[in-house]
Ligand binder design. Structure first.
Ligand code: SF4
Length: 367
């Protein structure tokens, strides 16, 4: 095992020194609104060590929008939603990629960069959507619906992607489904594994959708009653929701789109008062970029995203653990649907203002 930077560190082992202060003061300015000084003194030594080590070993950190502010703003080299991170992974000339996100995202980076070392700081950083579906399930669905193209959300394992015709993200799902139907000359598309995303897409297209009984355990917890209560308690608030939420939540929102769609909405429209119906850290990160916007903060934490911490990122860089390894044949098969998605000339973000009832043709499960 490669070993960079001496003994792997623990949360309490790094002191806040004058050198650390000098290296990190400019970063604290970015996050001071959300991180009190006593907490910053715990984070700063890790941030300094991570940023030094990254340079020494030519590593980059891809930080998802759901990372906590000290990761997203202070050690992430690229930040964004899973599509943006996949594009950065494909472009980087770094030797090592550390995925500050969850395991399927690290797999996507490995699929796009098979010659690079891709690390995930915690192997338990999974995803309820990715865990809901296997490659064998997809093979069964293809038998049940012959001729229907398989569109899978990027929140899936490499095995599932290897069985896929084209991938999508929440920022392009409507356009990808319509493209797949045209390409396969089919009136039906298999869009898996998120049943709520599938229903929200079905409300935007005439294509018949077959889906899977998967769900994001963070977004499925929001209810339409939650939104009405937020509006009652915060008159005039603008509600932005993620399309992994159930359709009745989307119907109550002023705008529904991917994490980057929500972030852009706030940046462009600068609403006086806003609530993001999504994972908690997203609001913190968008709020830091939009100091004039007031945020209401009812949110749900993703327990998988929150497994990624600064000490684990540092340890990962020091020990090269945990390296993402995928069989070469699976990599080859799984890359095609991701590249097909990335090659599409998509000029707009999918938005989910329901135009039809959010009804799918079937919700399949494992039998
Ligand atoms: S927020 Fe939901 S979709 Fe994203 S990683 Fe967590 S469980 Fe998966």
């Amino acid at each position: 095992m490669a070993d960079f930077g001496g003994e792997p560190t623990t949360q309490t082992s790094l002191p806040y020194t004058d050198v650390v202060k000098a290296k990190t003061d400019h970063l604290y300015e970015k996050v001071a609104a959300f991180i009190p000084e006593f907490e910053w003194r715990l984070h700063a030594p890790y941030i300094a060590a991570i940023n030094d080590l990254k340079k020494q070993i030519n590593a980059v950190i891809l930080a998802h929008n759901y990372m906590t502010p000290e990761i997203f703003n202070c050690v992430g080299d690229f930040a964004g939603d899973s599509l943006q991170l996949a594009k950065e992974a494909a472009k980087t000339d770094a030797d090592i990629i550390v995925q500050a996100g969850v395991h399927f995202m690290a797999e996507t980076s490995k699929i796009l960069c098979p010659d690079k070392t891709v690390l995930i700081p915690d192997m338990e950083a999974g995803c309820s959507l990715a865990a809901s579906l296997t490659g064998a399930d997809v093979r069964l669905l293809k038998q049940r619906y012959p001729g229907a193209p398989v569109v899978t959300y990027v929140n899936t394992t490499a095995d599932v992607k290897a069985e896929t015709d084209i991938c999508c993200t929440s920022s392009n799902a409507v356009e990808v489904v319509e493209h797949a139907a045209r390409e396969f000359n089919s009136d039906t598309v298999i869009l898996i594994p998120d049943q709520y995303l599938a229903k929200n897409v079905a409300a935007m297209t005439d294509i018949k959708i077959v889906t899977w009984a998967g769900a994001c355990e963070v977004h499925e917890r929001f209810t339409a009653d939650d939104i009405r209560e937020i509006r009652d308690g915060n008159p005039g608030v603008i509600v932005l929701a993620h399309p992994e939420c159930p359709p009745d939540v989307i119907a109550e929102a002023d705008f529904a789109g991917s994490t980057s769609g929500m972030s852009n909405y706030v940046k462009v429209n600068q609403p006086e008062h806003v609530v993001l119906i999504t994972e908690c850290s997203m609001s913190d990160n968008v709020a830091l970029e939009n100091p004039n916007v007031k945020f209401v903060r009812p949110c749900n934490l993703c327990p998988y995203m929150k497994r990624i911490t600064l000490p684990k990122i540092l340890r990962s860089l020091q020990t090269m653990e945990h390296e993402v390894i995928i069989d070469a044949e699976i990599i080859e098969k799984a890359r095609a649907p991701i590249e097909r998605m990335m090659a599409l000339p998509l000029t707009r973000q999918s938005m989910y203002a329901h135009e039809r009832p959010p009804e799918v043709m079937a919700i399949e499960t494992r039998v």
